[in-house]
Write a protein of this length. Structure first.
Length: 189
């Protein structure tokens, strides 16, 4: 008898479905089905697990032992599926995640301010590209682009946008510092 037929026989003797066996072995039901149809064979680790589950020797599964298939072991103890406990665990994990997000508001403020800083800086850069200017500097280099907008006497829109970007960036640094201070103080409590 090949290994697939032995797995089918043992599973049916123990009134176990392919899904139940797959859960015990931490494989998919399709994998168990392939073993039983002899499409493929279980690896050594799974053969050992099968022997433990069905309380048989690995030699029996591998075809090295014909008659003495059962070891002196107790009957199978199947794990009980408790939907309520599973739901409780899922709810507990969800609650922990929500509480972490609520507790970490300074990190999200940091990210928001940093994103706004980058956005306003990008807007200033795009504005300087849409309205090109060359700022001559007697006796020195010629300025173009965003630098010309910032150094020139006009272009208040660009200067205001860059100033706003700097404020958002500084705010993001402040929120990050507050987050680390709160984290450090909570560790000492």
């Amino acid at each position: 008898m090949d290994i697939g037929n032995k797995i089918v026989q043992l599973r049916e003797e123990n009134q176990m479905s392919q899904t139940e066996l797959a859960e015990l072995l931490d494989v998919s039901r399709q994998t168990v089905s392939k073993w039983e149809r002899n499409v493929c064979e279980p690896e050594a680790k799974r053969i050992v697990q099968l022997a433990k589950i069905f309380h048989i020797t690995t030699d029996y599964l591998l075809g090295n032992e014909r008659e003495l298939r059962h070891q002196a072991m107790p009957t199978i103890v199947r794990p009980q599926w408790n939907k309520e406990k599973c739901k409780e665990k899922i709810l507990k994990v969800k609650t922990e995640i929500v509480n972490k997000v609520k507790a970490d508001k300074f990190f999200y403020l940091f990210l928001g301010c940093l994103a706004l800083a980058l956005l306003t800086w990008w807007l200033a850069w795009m504005y300087s590209r849409a309205h090109p200017v060359v700022l001559p500097n007697p006796g020195g280099p010629v300025y173009t682009g965003l630098k010309a907008h910032l150094l020139g006497e006009q272009w208040y829109e660009t200067k205001l946008t860059v100033a706003t970007s700097c404020i958002f960036f500084i705010a993001s640094i402040v929120f990050l510092i507050i987050k680390f201070i709160k984290k450090r103080s909570s560790k000492h409590d």
